[in-house]
Every structure is written in structure tokens, then in C-alpha cells.
Design a protein around this ligand. Structure first.
Ligand code: UDX
Length: 458
């Protein structure tokens, strides 16, 4: 088969880079050549991928000292959509020019992340078919459709004091207003987010939209999106479960290809090997959210007072140095790492719960490995994911309103790890894991996507 080329364009955020590179690996196994066009900032490591993956950086105009936080992510996305238009156009033109004599290497289509929506018009100008990849869940994207009405009705910005907070949003049940991705963002960030969402909704990629999800998890939202969109909707996921072993890097330290932008500390797996089954709480807020120093100290006291074992990720860029008090409280029953091999951790039999910020990747990984969650969303789509986990799938404790104080933390950790409620959630999570594994065998959406890409040349 001719190895036609796909160009994938992720934004420089771990939670978006990971699923895009997983998708690229899956499509590579279906016979496509892959070019990853990426920003200079937070660039992926080419050595982690098959040799015939091509990595091409483009100028992004971001400073080397740029650090990500919940507050600046939307602004950075907005900046990328301005700065990268010309560099991406030039890069695509260069690839087209280099391959003009070689039909087999011609670009079949451009797959871009929803945060990089500028790519759609650039590719169209060059007559290249496009596919939009939304790395958050389908329910979150569906919720964007409610934002214009909320704005017209004067409900924005939505915050704790808004009287509608606890009410269900019509058409999005069981999401409440407080579960929407714009909740508690402040006036200016809400405004930026509403504008970005409106652009996202107006973009209509020529070949369709991919979601990293599965019918079993989000059937009703996917159906609503199919009714709204008149183009293909492809639920392909959970992507980490579909990544083929044959194309995974053969490396003793890892059971999967690492898409990590940070170095994973495998010593925690050795530590987990020494713990009792289901006895460890894994604590991580993903790659952007973090606790401040006061909160770290409260969390450390709460964890220690709960007398449960824990593995805790504290990213170095979020704190100058970990307070001695935290280190000493963690010494007896805990382990702190800078960055964990998360999928291996969640797959480990010693792990019995996950205190998570409910990023979509973490949520998917947790349900796929049958680990129940303490759901503490920090921003954006995490609220939607937390609601799904706690209220719809019932495999998570809703901690979205929990104050970070030592007593509250101790109580929630005990509830997760030693109460009947926690035990029941663990049982439900295992059943759910089994159902997902069955659902993943259905490759109809992936086959339909491959077919749509191939047919785009005809
Ligand atoms: C961001 C957003 O915050 C999230 O809400 C959105 O759904 C995706 O983009 P992030 O906050 O990093 O992502 O969370 P998440 O989606 O959970 O992605 C984090 C990824 O990093 C996961 O794949 C996880 O396995 C990995 N990870 C995290 C590690 O490999 N090691 C760690 O120590 C922590």
C-alpha cells in the first residue's frame, strides 16, 4: 500500500500532545506515514516514536521561560492561533513542494487539535482535507453549544455566587451550571473562553471530528453531536488502549510508548511492588494544575492522618522546594515523585484510588484500569469529567467543593480507601473496566476514519 502522509498538529500541552501522538501511532499502524508538526516550545522527543515518524518544528513566538498555569493556558492558545499561521502555512507548502514528484508521499490530510483551530483555514487555502481532533470528552464539547445562550441570558461570568449554580443546564443534564468548563473563571477569562469556543464551533473540518472516547462512556452526548454536526463524528478511544504494541518502543523501563514531555520516575513502581494490593492512593493533578505551599502542607497532614499509603506527584516547576514538613510527613507511608509513569501506576495492583484533577486523559486512564477517583476538578473540562465520573458512572467521589484543609483531606481519603462506599466504587470501577475492554474491540469508528481519509483522495 502506498504510504500516504498525514500531518498531525498538536498544541504544546501534555494533555493534548499525548492523545495526538497516540492517534498518530494508531494511524501509522494502519499504513500511513506520519509527520508531526509541532511548536518549538514543549516539543516532543522524536526518539520515542517509530523511526519513520517525521518531526518538524515551527516557530511559535513563545518565550523559552514560558510556564503553563490554569490562568494562562487559554491566552497561550489564543497567541498560538495568531503567531503560527504563517509558519504552519510555510511548513505545509514546503512539504507539498518536496513531495510534488512523489505521489506516494503526498499529504492526504491534516489532523489538528481543537486548540489549534487556525490550521483549518490554512489547510483549506492549500486545498488539503482536514480533520479536527478534540482531546477533551464529547460531553465537554457539547457543553460549548450552551455558552452563547448563557451569555445572551446574562448568566456569565458563572461563579459560586451565581444563583443558578446548582441547577441543571437544559439539554446537558446531569451537568449543572457549576460543572460547565467556564465556571469560576473570572470575567476576562470567561470572555476569552466564550470567544474561543465560538470559533471552535464555527470551524467545520472537511472530513470530520475525532473524539478520544467510546460509545459506552458517552453515547448520549455523541448522538447529540451527530445531530448537530453534519460531518463525520468518530469516537476513537480510549486511545492509550488502542496504541498497538508492535509500534511501541522496546524499552524495559516502559510498557507503552512514552508520550511524556517530562522524565518519568520508575523507582515508584519498585516501591509499589512492595505495597499491599489496593492499599495505595495515587495523587496527581496532571501537567498544569497545582497546589500552593499552604495547600501542600494541608494535603500532607491529611494524607498522613488518614494512615493510608500514598504516591504523590509534585511537579518541580510548581514550587521552589518541597517544604521539609511535607517531606517528613510523607516519609513513613508515602512516596513523592516529580513525574510518574502514570499508566503503569494506575495499572499496578497496589493502587486502590486516584486523587485526580480529572483531566480527560487521567479520567480515561483511571476508568480503563478500574481505579476509582477522588474527583477534584481545577479548571475547564475537568468539571465536566468529574461530574461524569462521580454522578453518571459512579466511580468517583465528588470533591469539587472540598476545602483543602487537613481534616477534610483526611476524611475524603478515608472515604475513598477504607469506607464501604469506596469499596463499592472499586467494585463498580472493575466492572466498568471490563465493559470498556469489550467496547474497545469494536473498531468500526477507526475503520470508518481510515476509510474517510483514503476516500478523500478520490
Ligand atoms: C490538560 C487539561 O488540564 C485537561 O483538563 C484536558 O482534559 C487535557 O489537557 P492535564 O491537566 O495535563 O491536561 O491532564 P490530563 O488530561 O489528565 O493529562 C495528563 C497526562 O499526563 C496523562 O496522560 C497522564 O498519564 C500523564 N501524567 C500525569 C504522567 O504521565 N505522569 C504524571 O506524573 C502525571
Amino acid at each position: 500500500m502506498a504510504k500516504h502522509r498525514l500531518i498531525v498538529i498538536p498544541p504544546p500541552f501534555q494533555g493534548h500532545m499525548t492523545p495526538m501522538l497516540q492517534l498518530a501511532t494508531i494511524l501509522h499502524s494502519k499504513g500511513f506515514s506520519i509527520t508531526v508538526a509541532h511548536t518549538n516550545f514543549n516539543s516532543p522527543d522524536p526518539t520515542n516514536y517509530p523511526d519513520d515518524f517525521t518531526f518538524l518544528p515551527f516557530y511559535d513566538g513563545l518565550s523559552d521561560s514560558c510556564t503553563l498555569s490554569p490562568k494562562n493556558v487559554i491566552q497561550i492558545s489564543k497567541t498560538l492561533n495568531i503567531n503560527c499561521v504563517t509558519p504552519v502555512k510555510e511548513l505545509l507548502l514546503r512539504i507539498m513542494d518536496e513531495n510534488k514528484e512523489n505521489q506516494e508521499e503526498k499529504i492526504l490530510c491534516v489532523i489538528y487539535d481543537g486548540l489549534m483551530h487556525f490550521v483549518d483555514s490554512v489547510a483549506r487555502e492549500l486545498n488539503l482535507p482536514t480533520i479536527l481532533f478534540r482531546t477533551t470528552c464529547a460531553t465537554n464539547f457539547l457543553s460549548y453549544h450552551s455558552l452563547p445562550t448563557l451569555q445572551t441570558n446574562g448568566y456569565l461570568p458563572l461563579q459560586d455566587s451565581s444563583c443558578v449554580c446548582m441547577e441543571m443546564v437544559e439539554g446537558l443534564e446531569p451537568l449543572r451550571y457549576r460543572d460547565l468548563p467556564i465556571f469560576n473563571m473570572g470575567e476576562s477569562a470567561t470572555d476569552t473562553m466564550v470567544k474561543q469556543a465560538a470559533i471552535s464551533l464555527s470551524v467545520k473540518p472537511s472530513l470530520g471530528v475525532i473524539f478520544n472516547t467510546i460509545e459506552f462512556l458517552e453515547a448520549s452526548s455523541l448522538q447529540k453531536l451527530r445531530n448537530l454536526y453534519k460531518i463525520g463524528v468518530f469516537p476513537i478511544g480510549p486511545l492509550h488502549m488502542l496504541t498497538p504494541p508492535s509500534s511501541q518502543k522496546q524499552d524495559n523501563s516502559s510498557m507503552t510508548t512514552t508520550t511524556s514531555l517530562m522524565k518519568e520516575d520508575y523507582s515508584c513502581i519498585t516501591w509499589l511492588n512492595e505495597q499491599e494490593p489496593g492499599s495505595v492512593l495515587y495523587v496527581s493533578l496532571g501537567s498544569i494544575a497545582s497546589w500552593n505551599e499552604r495547600e501542600l502542607i494541608e494535603v500532607a497532614h491529611g494524607l498522613a492522618n488518614s494512615e493510608q499509603r500514598f504516591l504523590w506527584v509534585i511537579r518541580p516547576e510548581t514550587i521552589k522546594s518541597i517544604p521539609e514538613e511535607v517531606k517528613s510527613l510523607a516519609r513513613e507511608k508515602g512516596r513523592i515523585v516529580k513525574w510518574a509513569p502514570q499508566r503503569e501506576v494506575l495499572a499496578h495492583s497496589a493502587v486502590g484510588g486516584f486523587w485526580s484533577h480529572c483531566g480527560w486523559n487521567s479520567t480515561l486512564e483511571s476508568v480503563c484500569f478500574g481505579v476509582p477517583m477522588m474527583c477534584q476538578p481545577c479548571f475547564g473540562d475537568q468539571r465536566v469529567n468529574a461530574r461524569l465520573a462521580s454522578h453518571v458512572w459512579k466511580v468517583g467521589i465528588d470533591c469539587s467543593e472540598m476545602r483543602i484543609g487537613r481534616e477534610e483531606v483526611e476524611g475524603a481519603v478515608r472515604r475513598m480507601m477504607v469506607s464501604w462506599e469506596g469499596k463499592e466504587m472499586r467494585e463498580r470501577a472493575v466492572l466498568m473496566k471490563d465493559k470498556i475492554r469489550v467496547g474497545v474491540r469494536d473498531q468500526d469508528a477507526l475503520n470508518a476514519l481510515v476509510h474517510a481519509i483514503i476516500m478523500s483522495t478520490c
